[in-house]
Each structure stands twice: as C-alpha cells, then as structure tokens.
Design a protein around this ligand. Structure first.
Ligand code: GCB
Length: 638
C-alpha cells in the first residue's frame, strides 16, 4: 500500500546539483530552520495528502497540524508511538516572507531553495507548484524557485515538503515492506518495514533548509585538485558557469593572514594556480601546524548587453595528496595510520537531526580521545560536520548509504543506477574536502553473491571516474575466499566481531582468528587493510570481573585482545583501526538490542565508559609514535 502510493501522479522534477549554499558578496542566504507545521498522513494507504492536494492550501486548513522542529527527526519528538514508528508520507510546511528585492523580475537574480537532507523521498512545492523531487536521505537537493515566487501576488510564500521514509529493495539503503495478511494475528492492512541495517530508520527533515540567491549568470560548480612538487603547491581548478557562455573568471588564493599567494585574471574555466612554499593540509596529530586552509575566491563577470552579472564564490582549500601502496596509506607522501572511530548521526530526541551542541561535543570528544579519523558509517554526514573535519584536521572515510545490500533484488540494474546517482551526489558534495581521503561505496553487502562482482566492479570504477584522486573501498564482513568485490577496492576494509557474534564469551579466540583474518586477506590481495569495525555491546555501569559479556570489563578485555594483533600487523600492512562505535545509538527494537546498540565507548549522552579511557591511552600513544619528525611547515615533496 505504502509502496503503491509512493510516486503516483507526479511530474518528477529531479533536483540538480550545484555548489553548497554560502553567503558571499554576491549571494544572500536565509535559513528556514525553526518550527514548521507538520502532519503525518495516517490514512490507510497514506495517500490522502495527495488525493486532497494538501500542498494547494495551508496545511492547517487540511486538518490538525502540530509544531515540528527543523532540523530534527520527527520520531522522538512527540509521545505518540504511532509517529515514532510511522511509515509513509508526512507533510511539513513553512510560510516565509521573501525580501522584496528577491522577487522583482528586474533583479537579475535567482532564488534557490536548498534542503540539506530529508529522509527518504521528498517532494517540494512552493505556493502549490511542485518544484523538486528527490530520492535519498543524507544528501542535499535544491530547486530554482525564482519563477514561482515572481508569479506570486504577495511576498509571502508557502513551502510544503512531503517526506516518505519507505524503503524498498531499490532504495539505498534497501528495505522491504512486509504485509501481514494473517488476519488471526494482525489487524487488516497491517504492514511493517523490514531493514537489514542496525540503526533506527529516523525520518524527517534532518538538515537545514535555506533559501539563497545567485545572479542569473552564476558559478554553479567548482572542482579543486591539489598537489605539490618540491617547494611548489599546485591548485588545479575547473569552474563551471551557468546562464551565459560569455564570461570572464578571476581567481585568488589567500593564506590565513589574508595575503594573496596566487592569482589568475581573465582565465579560462580550467587552469592551475601555483604557489611557492605552500603550507600543506595535515591531519591534526601529524603536524604542529595542521589543517591549514587557504581561501580560494572565484570571481565571475559576465556582460549581457547593458546588464553586468558578477558572482563570487569562496571555498576553503587544503593542499594535500593521498596515495595508497601495497602496505601503506600516504598523506602528503607520509604514512598515515587511521586510529579512529565509526560514528552515527544519532542523539536523544533529535534522532538524526543536525544539532550544533552535539556536533561540537563530539569533536571535543574525538580530540580528547586522540582519534585522528572516522568513517561516516553508514551514510554521508552533514556538511557542517565535514567543514569541521577540514578545519580541525580529522581524516574521513566518506561512506554512502549503501548499507544492508543483501537481497539479490538489490543487485539489479535499477538499484545499480540509483547507487551510481548517489555516488555522483556524494562526490559532487565532498570532492573539494581535504579531510576526505577515501570513498566507501557500501557497508557489509552480500559480496559473496555472484551478482556482487558486476555490481561493485561498476560502482567502484564509476566512482574512480568521478574522482580519480581518492582511493575507493567498501566495507566487507564476507569471508575472504567467497567475497567477489574486494578485488576492485584500493584498500581492504574488514569488519569482525570475534568473541561477540562468533564464539560469544570466548575472548581467548581473538588473537588466532584476527591474525588469520588479516593474513588471509593480505596474502590474497596484497592491499593495505583497515579493521573497519570491532567491538562489544556494553551497558555503562555494568561490572563483572572476570569479564562477562555486556560488562565494561568485557569491552576493555576484548579491545585489548584486538590491540595485540593490531600492533603486530601494523608493522606489515595494517593501516588502521576504527572502533565500533563512538557512542551508543538507537536501533530497531529487537531481542538483541536493549534500547539500541550499546557498543559505544561513550553512552548516547556522550559520557565515557571505562573503555574510552583505554582507547584514549592507546590513541595518544599511537599519535606520539606516528608523529613525523622533524615537524616542518613546508612541503618536502614526495
Ligand atoms: C556491523 C554493522 C553495524 C552494526 C554492528 C553491530 O557489522 O556494520 O552497522 O551496528 O555490526 O553492532 O552489530
């Protein structure tokens, strides 16, 4: 039922990709965060909102509405369990005053509505006119709404966004709606959402909604690829302009004191800036002056008869390189060992909603821990988080929402095409970030299936064409002798839960099983390996010595067994260890989850379990060992 009404009857305006919204001398920005009107469509087929065209009038005129904060998941905001576990369409609406100069047809500007992310399908209307459709959470989408708002007789405009969290075998992540037809056990029309991933399928508008302006002729994309040779830094750029073929470009690279260190005037859209003695972008524990960001300003001028358009876009630029050898991961030519965490966007009340206090708390904890990296398990994180990784020098493995790809149905062409689109959107959003050093196209797919070969060969090679500068991986939990996809990766990322899901309670098996796991993978492929997950559920405050499962002692003991083998293999080809998980997080209700997954070294409220202190000792020891001496500000070349 829910599936049937998903996409009926719409002219699907797929949204296009552009540069992230930013305030610049030529662009204005207005945030629409705060309280929106909200209504879940509780009708049996979830189709009432469309049947009654709720987008045509104020939502409050269609029936009862409640206040809903944006950004936030809606699930944990009310006391209504039906909303917590709701599947189907929910409706958001906000009435906004447009600045007068935005709606004047002579203003020569565009007004764009940008949604940072909404889970999962979204349809957007402005004053009742459909302006955008987007499939997929965790990534932004937008619509040029200039024409629609110029048509309006008032400056007030009504933005309606319908969001549907239904997952099918063809979505990313995949899922399935199961209809329970046994009328002796279930009420009529009963259905549940089945998923194959271990986090709560939070839904709603998860990131900021903004309006921003650009001139009618505008910079719509910018790709930066950096390098250095001897004492010269190289910033290759590729600028794309929309609205006119007749424009001129100037670029200016400034250092942190505002000094112009390289510039180009009246240049073609593809070119190169060179600067002497660059300060490279280094991860924060690798250098005494880490995470150095230059500021690149792109200035575009276009003359159209008597009208002159000017657009300015600025972007932080970190100059760094990434390479992979058979045994090492190199940043700026120096070996980098990932000692980090896996995270989730997850917290009390907000679910997956962007929350500044939580973001800053998490970065403070990461640095307290001495973690130099994290993986965006299991979906792209907010741009605000990624900006801070660039700024603080935290290295990121950027993962797409390809989690739980298990059903053979999810390996077909329809899924593949969508997965490629998602990689395009992700690479487009994060390609210029120095902190992003590798793409992960999936987590724990059924990579032993014969179909996995073609599927992952296609996705991984396509991702390389989108970005030839970064290695590509996916995260496997399949046995090395049946996996069909690791052959295509640059780095092997492997998850294992020895003495947890396998041999529960038997810590003593870890060294042998872990050593074998590493050697088997390395001997087969001769590629560097990251232990991308390991861990144990732990109830904060539960103690048992000798250690038993779920106690704080067990989590520590398990980690220590892993550390022993990590230290041995670090000398060879192991290039990283990422604990599962940074913090406890919410999952679907099940008999193996006590109010969520408890493998965090911090609780969901970000208080440390005793394992956090153990990991902190280790990470700071590793940081001191792997620091590069002599510490220098300037590039020494490869
Ligand atoms: C895994 C998954 C992760 C789960 C974790 C667990 O292998 O990648 O999403 O949460 O195990 O705790 O079961």
């Amino acid at each position: 039922m829910v599936g049937v009404c998903l996409l009926l009857g719409f002219s699907l305006l797929a949204s296009t990709l552009s540069l992230s919204p930013r305030e610049t001398p030529s662009r204005e920005l207005k945030e629409l965060n705060g309280l929106w009107s909200f209504r879940a469509d509780q009708s049996a087929d979830r189709n009432r909102g469309f049947a009654e065209a709720w987008y045509r009038r104020p939502l409050r005129a269609t029936g009862p509405v409640i206040d809903m904060p944006v950004p936030a998941s809606y699930n944990d905001i009310t006391q209504d369990h039906k909303l917590r576990d709701f599947i189907g369409w929910v409706w958001y609406e906000k009435e906004v005053w447009m600045p007068r100069h935005w709606i004047s047809p002579d203003a020569g500007m565009r007004v764009v509505l940008n949604v940072g992310s909404a889970n999962y399908y979204s349809i957007v209307w402005v004053n009742g006119a459909e302006v955008a459709f987007h499939e997929g959470g965790h990534l932004p989408f937008e619509a040029d709404i200039t024409k629609v708002i110029q048509k309006s007789s008032t400056r007030q405009c009504r933005i309606t966004i319908a969001v549907n969290n239904t997952l099918t075998p063809y979505t990313l992540p995949p899922g399935k709606i199961q209809y329970m037809t046994d009328t002796k056990r279930y009420p009529p029309g009963y259905f549940v959402q089945i998923t194959q991933f271990d986090f709560f399928n939070y839904a709603g508008i998860h990131r900021s909604v903004v309006l921003y302006t650009t001139p009618n002729v505008y910079i719509d994309d910018l790709t930066i690829i950096t390098d250095f040779q001897k004492d010269t830094g190289i910033v290759n750029y590729n600028v794309s302009v929309q609205g006119s073929a007749d424009f001129s470009l100037s670029l200016k690279l400034c250092d942190q004191t505002g000094l112009v260190v390289a510039s180009a005037f009246d240049e073609p859209p593809i070119g190169q800036l060179r600067l002497h003695s660059p300060t490279l972008w280094w991860p924060y524990l690798m250098h005494e002056n880490p995470a150095y960001l230059y500021s690149l300003e792109v200035y575009m001028k276009s003359k159209n008869g008597s009208i002159c358009y000017e657009d300015v876009y600025t972007l932080p630029v970190g100059i760094r390189t990434v390479q992979v050898t058979k045994t090492q991961f190199l940043i700026n030519g120096k070996p980098f060992y990932f000692h980090g965490v896996n995270k989730h966007e997850d917290s009390d009340i907000r679910g997956k909603g962007l929350d500044w206090p939580m973001i800053i708390k998490d970065f403070n904890l990461l640095r307290w821990l001495g973690a130099n990296s994290f993986r965006t398990s299991h979906y792209p994180y907010a741009e605000e988080i990624m900006d801070l990784c660039d700024k603080y020098g935290i290295v990121v493995i950027d993962e797409c929402p390809g989690v739980g790809i298990k059903d053979p149905l999810s390996f077909g062409n329809k899924s593949l095409a969508h997965h490629l689109t998602v990689m395009e959107e992700l690479v487009h959003r994060d390609k210029n970030r120095p902190s992003v050093v590798m793409w992960s196209v999936a987590n724990e797919p059924a990579s032993g299936l014969p179909q996995a070969n073609h599927y992952f060969k296609t996705i991984i090679s396509y991702t390389r064409t989108l970005d030839p500068t970064r290695p590509v991986t996916f995260v496997t939990d399949t046995n090395y002798d049946v996996d069909k996809a690791v052959q295509y990766t640059d780095v092997i990322c492997v998850n294992s839960y020895f003495s947890w899901y396998h041999d529960p309670g038997h810590l003593e098996v870890i060294p042998l099983q872990l050593a074998n796991q590493f050697d088997n993978w390395y001997n087969k492929y001769q590629k560097p390996i990251i232990q991308s997950e390991y861990g144990a559920d732990t109830l904060a405050g539960l103690h048992n010595d000798p250690p038993v499962m779920f106690s704080e002692e067990y989590q520590r003991a398990l980690m220590q067994e892993y550390f022993m083998i990590f230290d041995e293999r670090r000398k060879d080809y192991l290039i990283g260890e990422l604990i599962w998980n940074f913090a406890d997080f919410m999952t679907l209700q099940s008999t193996i989850r006590v109010n969520g997954n408890k493998k965090g070294i911090f609780t969901r409220q970000r208080q440390p379990k005793s394992s956090a202190f153990l990991l902190r000792d280790r990470y700071w020891k590793l940081a001191n060992e792997t620091k590069h001496i002599p510490l220098r500000h300037h590039a020494g070349g490869h």
